[in-house]
Design a protein around this ligand. Structure first.
Ligand SMILES: Cc1cc2nc3c(=O)[nH]c(=O)nc-3n(C[C@H](O)[C@H](O)[C@H](O)COP(=O)(O)O)c2cc1C
Length: 203
């Protein structure tokens, strides 16, 4: 795919860089073979050491919403330090978007709404998994899953309080476009005093 033309005029006219993200995301959805909504989420632990893993972007509103177990490693880290970063790389269109921001939990009712859209099996998986805890035997999780499945037969599966939604509200967003000869383009937006300002960066 050829991206030599740089940023489009339309993209440069947007006041809010999230609009550029939305355009790129739509493009990625039509090209990526798997998970265009996958993003690396970086957090910091209580020794100031970084940690990163993939999560799925589930909603864009005044921030970027993802779901997880609040007792997981990321949940513990976010609870202590809610500064985080996310990064998307869509290989098929050779574009990257990275953001820094502050994370907070979404309202329980919003999390319920999303949880209830998930297939029954995924809801049970989310309930049964003690995410990031030590699993002594790899068969144990499958056993616990089957046992819960039979216990809950015919019953409603509700969101457990520990399965939550998080929203990262960005204060920096940087777009990266591939070009030949390493003449890649980077455009960084910073949210300062209620206004998005932008600057180009050397690649
Ligand atoms: C493509 C992809 C998407 C994922 N999406 C999520 C997600 O939305 N939420 C989640 O909790 N874990 C997700 N995971 C699993 C995480 O990467 C990670 O293994 C898990 O959340 C435990 O991370 P932690 O120990 O740092 O908390 C995903 C993994 C991959 C590879």
């Amino acid at each position: 795919m050829n991206t030599y033309d740089g940023f489009k005029e339309k993209e440069l006219n947007y006041i809010n860089p999230v609009d550029i993200f939305c355009d790129w995301f739509e493009e990625a959805k039509t090209h990526e073979p798997n998970d265009p909504d996958a993003m690396a989420l970086a957090t910091v632990n209580d020794e100031d050491l970084p940690n990163v893993r993939m999560v799925l972007l589930k909603k864009i509103d005044h921030g970027f919403v993802f779901f997880s177990n609040q007792n997981s490693q990321k949940g513990i880290e976010l609870n202590k330090n809610n500064n985080a970063a996310i990064c998307f790389h869509w290989k098929s269109i050779r574009k990257q978007v990275r953001m820094k921001g502050v994370v907070s939990k979404i309202k329980p009712i919003e999390a319920d709404d999303y949880f209830n859209t998930r297939p029954r099996g995924s809801r049970i998986g989310a309930i049964v998994s003690k995410q990031s805890s030590i699993l002594r035997n790899p068969d144990q999780f499958a056993k616990e899953y089957s046992s819960y499945l039979s216990t809950m037969e015919g019953k409603e599966i509700n969101r457990p309080a520990y399965w939550v939604g998080y929203r990262l509200v960005p204060n920096e967003i940087e777009f990266w476009l591939n070009s030949d000869y390493r003449l890649h383009q980077r455009l960084k937006f910073s949210f300062i005093d209620g206004i998005w300002t932008r600057e180009y960066l050397y690649p």
